[in-house]
Each structure stands twice: as structure tokens, then as C-alpha cells.
Design a protein around this ligand. Structure first.
Ligand code: SAH
Length: 218
């Protein structure tokens, strides 16, 4: 992607990057992507001055754009290589998808709210990111392009959705917040064999609920 021009947000963006480094984010590809993707374009216009705060912010349809630190942890844990095929559940603003695309991944992102999906698709296209945005229930994954090198769920699940674990390549990672409606624990589930997975904890998170057949009821 193009190097970004000077913006009024440069100072705040550098401060955010320093904070992320301090909080243990060390993957330079992740830091570079956060440095490059203009987060101010993914938040509501009246919140642009807060675009580089390390907090989640409201978007339309009572949803949120995730906290940058959470985006960084999850992206780092996916271990994305250029050319990797990544499935995202919960397009929201499109910011996480843009970070992955910026890192050279081939991104397919599913959102259940058609309006959010449409807005994100337009925004990503305007910024020059090629992301396949689909509308639907992401808890069942998307068999049309499976298997995936990585799957990232950006809404809080009651449990690890099994269809997603089964749509990973062997060696692939699924990063998913599991918990209740308020708080979750982030897990990285790795498919180690055709019928074997391991999981490790990455820390706490607070996402809006994942709603669908393998998630919460509406
Ligand atoms: N990744 C987003 C933040 C996502 S917020 C960003 O970078 O901005 C969580 C999103 O998940 C919401 O937009 C919500 O509508 C969506 N969602 C919840 N359940 C879903 C499901 N089953 N399938 C697809 N999207 C879902």
C-alpha cells in the first residue's frame, strides 16, 4: 500500500505506537500496519480526535471498533504471513480487516449487519484495500473459501465455534474471545492435526456479543 501522507493525527498515532510497544506489542509488521492504516477514517466523524486513543469507540448499529491494543494482540497472535488467507468474523468498521490487508493477507470478512458491511466495503475500497466483504452469520464460517490460514473473531463468543476450528488448515490459528456479554478471555486455538487442536490464553477482552447459530441468541 501507499505510504501515508502527513496528517493532523501523526502525533497521536506515534503516541499510540509508543504505548503499544510499552504494553508488549513487538511484532514490527503489526506495528507498521497500525502506523499505516488511518484509523480516523474508521470512526464516526465527530470522534476523529479520539481515533488514536487506546479505547474501543462506538460505530453504527450499536457496535464498536475494537481497542487498538486488542487489535494488536489478536493480529500478532494470528502470525499473518503475506499471502495468507484470513477469515474475519465481525467486519464492523473494517479497521481490523484493513490491518490484515495492509500486512499482505488475503482477507474475507463477514458481518451480520448489512449496513455496516456496505459502509465498510466502501471505506476499504476508498482507501485502496482489497477485502472480500460478505453479509451473513460468521459463526458457521464460510466454507466457500475454506480452509483458512487464520481466522479472527472480533465479537464475544459463548464458546469456540466448532465450524471455525474445522475451517483452519493444519497449523492454522483461530483467535477468539470467549466469555459472557460483558467480558471475555482471548484464546488462540491452533489446529495441530486433522482432529486435534490446542488452545492458549492471550488475556482479557471486552467485545460486543457474537450472535448466530454457534454464538449467542439475538
Ligand atoms: N472488527 C471490527 C469490530 C467488530 S465489532 C472493527 O475492526 O471495527 C463486532 C462486529 O461483529 C459487529 O459489527 C457485529 O455486528 C458483528 N457480528 C456479531 N455477530 C456476528 C456474526 N455471527 N457474524 C458476523 N458478524 C457478527
Amino acid at each position: 500500500m501507499r505510504p501515508r501522507p502527513t496528517t493532523p493525527y501523526d502525533h497521536q498515532r506515534l503516541a499510540l505506537l509508543a504505548l503499544l510497544r510499552e504494553r508488549g506489542i513487538s511484532d514490527t509488521a503489526v506495528l507498521q500496519a497500525i502506523d499505516t492504516v488511518p484509523r480516523e477514517h474508521f470512526v464516526q466523524a465527530f470522534m476523529r480526535n479520539r481515533a488514536y486513543d487506546d479505547t474501543a469507540l462506538p460505530i453504527d448499529d450499536r457496535q464498536t471498533i475494537s481497542q487498538p491494543h486488542t487489535v494488536a494482540i489478536m493480529t500478532q497472535s494470528l502470525m499473518v504471513r503475506p499471502g495468507a488467507k484470513i477469515l474475519e468474523i465481525g467486519t464492523g468498521s473494517g479497521y481490523q480487516a484493513a490491518i490484515l490487508a495492509q500486512m499482505g493477507a488475503r482477507v474475507i470478512s463477514i458481518e451480520r449487519h448489512p449496513r455496516l458491511s456496505q459502509q465498510a466495503r466502501q471505506r476499504l475500497q476508498d482507501l485502496g484495500y482489497s477485502v472480500e466483504c460478505r453479509v451473513g452469520d460468521g459463526t458457521i464460517g464460510y466454507s466457500g473459501q475454506a480452509p483458512y490460514d487464520g481466522i479472527i473473531v472480533t465479537a464475544g463468543a459463548p464458546d469456540v465455534p466448532e465450524p471455525l476450528a474445522r475451517q483452519l488448515v493444519v497449523g492454522g490459528h483461530l483467535v477468539v474471545p470467549v466469555g459472557d456479554h460483558q467480558q471475555q478471555t482471548l484464546y488462540r486455538v491452533t489446529r495441530t492435526d486433522h482432529d486435534a487442536w490446542t488452545a492458549n490464553e492471550l488475556g482479557p477482552a471486552a467485545f460486543v456479543p457474537l450472535i448466530g447459530v454457534e454464538g449467542w441468541d439475538e
